[in-house]
Write a protein that binds this ligand. Structure first.
Ligand code: ATP
Length: 470
């Protein structure tokens, strides 16, 4: 099939080396091809021609290699003079492992390139290829996470999953909060999604392209809190940095400051925080100069601030300053109709980048509904993660897989075992109606028109009933 190297490639170490190795490579490979410096085919062996399905290999001599093998990268090799030692090339439905080497004349000028198909069947390479795919998927996921991190937030409102009336009300308030530049107070037990919501409000607000800075008050030792919040002036105290150190207020300037576990803030710092919020300025530790700051505060707590005010451990003036728009987030046990969609969303997230289906059966969701969820959605995520780790390789979770990992002792009493007081019929009917509406909204993912259709009532009747329920 003509000669791989033209006459003017007489010497030159690389060419000689390639020539010496050529018969061995050709023999061992599943196909070989050579191109000239313009990436036109000068030679192709019979096995490669057969692999490519070429009826007449001579017909392709002189053609641009890209016209014959669309996914080739030979033109890159002849342009750069650099080999591409290992690559997986797609051709039609095949995946070919190829190596591509340039060759030069005695003056070092590029003359062309040769390529060998090392494997045309990836079966023996399956472990390597799956590892490569997994790493590639991890890389994509890490890049996404990094992009979010550089913006300061990971979540948007769509990440607050739930379609029950309780979840929809949370989202309605969050949207309201995004449109108004006022302080927001998020109230909810641990793991209910306070941080998710704080980030989502910021991302949808006019401050979205400014920083989002979160600080967990409970996680910082009391003696460091002031420096953490307001920063430190150079040489403020013995051992302090010579340079100025910005506090969270300065870092969040122009953006949003998320104060998590604000109920854990000592009284002395509460006074300083109040002043900063009222005056719009702060005084770094050890400095006698005030610095103007413009931050929107979103505070969150799992504690009962009203009870704390009553006992004097939380300042009421700070409470009213922070609580301009309050968003109570219900615990998971109070929005069990959301379990199904939450599981779906969490499993999708957990399985991203892995070759797992991440499915859950209805019976498994019912098993989850029997548990009390003191750790809320964070705990649900952990349970699903454990079930995936310990379960079948396919990533399909059934009730058994859930029971194996669900903490014991936290079960809710099954409704049939709890003696139910007899109540007026109208009340029982209203509750049944409320539950049916809630389930229809979950099934329709919050789409009221579809929910009304499922319930066999008109949209306006559904709206009337929802208004009566709220
Ligand atoms: N509505 C939701 N939809 C989907 N995932 C959620 C939701 N709420 C919380 N999560 C997930 O649950 C975990 C805990 O959420 P988050 O940290 O926001 O809770 P938190 O209320 O701030 O908890 P803590 O008070 O302990 O800091 C996170 O992994 C988050 O992604």
């Amino acid at each position: 099939m003509t000669k791989p190297f033209s006459q003017n490639n007489k010497s030159g170490l690389t060419r000689e080396l390639i020539e010496a190795l050529f018969p061995m490579f050709e023999e061992a490979s599943a196909g070989a091809i050579a191109v000239d410096r313009d990436a036109r085919i000068t030679w192709i062996n019979a096995s490669y021609a057969a692999l490519l399905g070429l009826p007449d290999p001579r017909g392709v001599i002189g053609q641009d290699v890209r016209g014959v093998i669309p996914q080739t990268r030979m033109h890159e090799v002849v342009q750069s003079g650099q080999p591409l030692l290992l690559d997986i090339m797609e051709h039609d439905t095949q995946q070919l492992v190829v190596t591509r080497l340039p060759f030069f004349n005695e003056d070092g000028d590029i003359m062309g390139a040769v390529a060998f198909v090392l494997y045309d069947d990836l079966q023996p390479l399956t472990p390597l290829v799956s590892k490569y795919r997994r790493l590639h998927q991890d890389l994509v996921a890490a890049r996404k996470a990094l992009a979010r991190k550089t913006r300061g937030t990971r979540y948007s409102l769509g990440d607050f999953v739930g379609a029950s009336p309780a979840a929809l009300e949370v989202k309605r308030r969050a949207r309201l909060a995004s449109g108004r530049d006022v302080p927001v107070l998020l109230l909810g037990e641990t793991g209910t999604g306070k941080e998710v919501l704080a980030q989502a409000i910021h991302s949808a607000s006019g401050r979205a392209d400014r920083p989002f800075v979160g600080v967990n008050v409970a996680a910082i030792p009391e003696n460091l809190l002031e420096a953490e919040f307001f920063g430190v002036a150079p040489g403020a105290y013995t051992g302090a940095d010579r340079r100025n150190r910005d506090g969270k207020f300065q870092l969040a300037n122009g953006g949003t400051l998320f104060l998590d576990e604000v109920g854990d803030m000592p009284l002395a710092l509460q006074a300083k925080l109040l002043r900063a919020l009222q005056e719009g300025e702060i005084e770094p530790l050890g400095s006698n100069k005030v610095v103007p700051v413009n931050v929107r505060v979103i505070a969150a707590t799992s504690r009962n601030l009203e009870a704390m005010m009553a006992e004097g451990s939380f300042r009421s003036d700070l409470y009213y300053r922070l609580n301009v728009l309050e968003i109570p987030i219900p615990p998971l046990r109070d929005r069990l109709p959301d379990l199904g969609v939450l599981c779906e969303a969490i499993l999708e997230d957990l399985c991203e980048g892995l070759e797992l289906r991440g499915e859950i059966t209805d019976a498994a969701v019912s098993a989850l509904a029997g548990y009390d969820w003191p750790g809320n959605i964070r705990e649900l995520r952990n349970v699903l993660e454990r079930a995936l780790t310990m379960g079948e390789d396919s990533g399909r979770l059934d009730a058994d897989a859930i029971f194996k990992v669900l903490p014991r002792g936290g079960n809710r009493p099954s409704p049939s075992l709890v003696p139910r007081p007899i109540r007026p019929l109208a009340q029982t009917l209203a509750e049944a109606e409320g539950q049916a509406i809630e389930e229809a909204l979950v099934a329709s993912r919050g789409n009221r028109t579809r929910a009304a259709k499922l319930l066999g009532i008109s949209r306006s009747v559904l709206y009337e009933k929802l208004a009566r329920m709220s």
